[in-house]
Design a protein around this ligand. Structure first.
Ligand SMILES: [Zn+2]
Length: 294
């Protein structure tokens, strides 16, 4: 099947519910190419990537959305970032054998932190909810319930080829719309619950909507592209090494012969040899005296 890296917004015409459908194909493959994840970890990471793209599409921001799950269990970290241009990256970290089971069995107790940074506007927002639920969708739904106070449902599916997701969100009532919104909201959720993982991943969005909501008037907007992009760069690594300090960098050079910094998201390595290190700290005065005691 062709790569469909896109997010597609839709609206119910007669009551205030909106939706989004996302497909990550090449985006998801780009994550898998860089790290070898066990299948069950791959599944939750794919779900989190789809869910993060859906969450980003419901927010207004001009920077970076970061969704981070931190647990006390073997799967202790999942991070996905999505820019306002829908460029995504993600990673998972675990120790030892991660049991195959529900999300809570894998991650243990923990928290879900959602951070939105809009550096140009100087805004930073963070919402934290306990890590509760069987799936990534449950966790995010808890976040919407507790922090956003807009009833929201999510469905996700991850396979070898791609990660897909669908979101429905009940919006505040608009003038002129029916006031049986609560009934409609319940009805569209029941209909949406009938979608299978296979349908969500493989059917065209128009077909999904027609199958699920064939009695409703739906406005489907133009889809927007989604992509993989890692924002790492040599300049950023240089800034980080300067922050670490000359002494520390010298000491790594002494031990290792070079300083290698590997990006956790895209696995790209930046190497710094002795000459690079000298250039890094140029203009900072003489190096520390040799033989200094630590
Ligand atoms: Zn990177």
């Amino acid at each position: 099947m062709a790569n469909r890296d896109s997010i597609h917004r839709f609206l119910f015409e007669n009551f205030p519910v909106r939706g989004e459908i996302v497909h990550l194909d090449a985006t998801w493959q780009a994550v898998l190419e860089r790290f070898d994840y066990p299948p069950h970890i791959r599944t939750v990471l794919g779900e989190l990537m789809a869910a993060t793209a859906l969450l980003a599409s419901t927010l207004k921001f001009s920077g970076m959305l970061t969704v981070q799950l931190q647990g006390k269990g073997p799967l202790h970290l999942l991070v996905v970032q999505c820019s306002n241009r829908m460029a995504l990256r993600g990673l998972a970290r675990w120790n030892g054998d991660v049991p195959v089971g529900t999300l809570s069995a894998m991650t243990g107790d923990g928290r879900l932190a959602i951070t939105v940074e809009s550096p140009e506007e100087g805004h930073r927002y963070q919402g934290i909810v306990p890590l509760e639920g069987e799936t990534i969708a449950d966790c995010l739904q808890n976040y919407f319930r507790d922090s956003v106070q807009l009833p929201t449902r999510l469905w996700t599916a991850t396979g070898a080829q791609g990660a897909s997701g669908m979101l429905l969100q009940r919006l505040p009532q608009q003038p002129g719309q029916s006031n049986v919104e609560s009934d409609d909201w319940n009805r569209v959720q029941i209909l949406a619950d009938t979608i299978t993982a296979d349908e969500l991943q493989n059917l065209a969005d128009e077909v999904i909507l027609r199958r699920l909501f064939n009695e409703d008037d739906i406005r489907l907007f133009e889809s927007a592209p989604v992509s993989f992009r890692c924002g790492c760069s040599r300049e950023r690594v240089e800034r980080m090494l300067r922050g670490l300090g000359r002494e520390e960098v010298e000491s790594i050079l002494e031990d290792e012969g070079k300083v290698e910094v590997r990006c956790e998201f895209c696995n790209k390595a930046e190497d710094f040899d002795r000459v690079d290190a000298i250039q890094l700290f140029e203009g900072e005065g003489p190096p520390p005296p040799a033989g200094k005691l630590h």
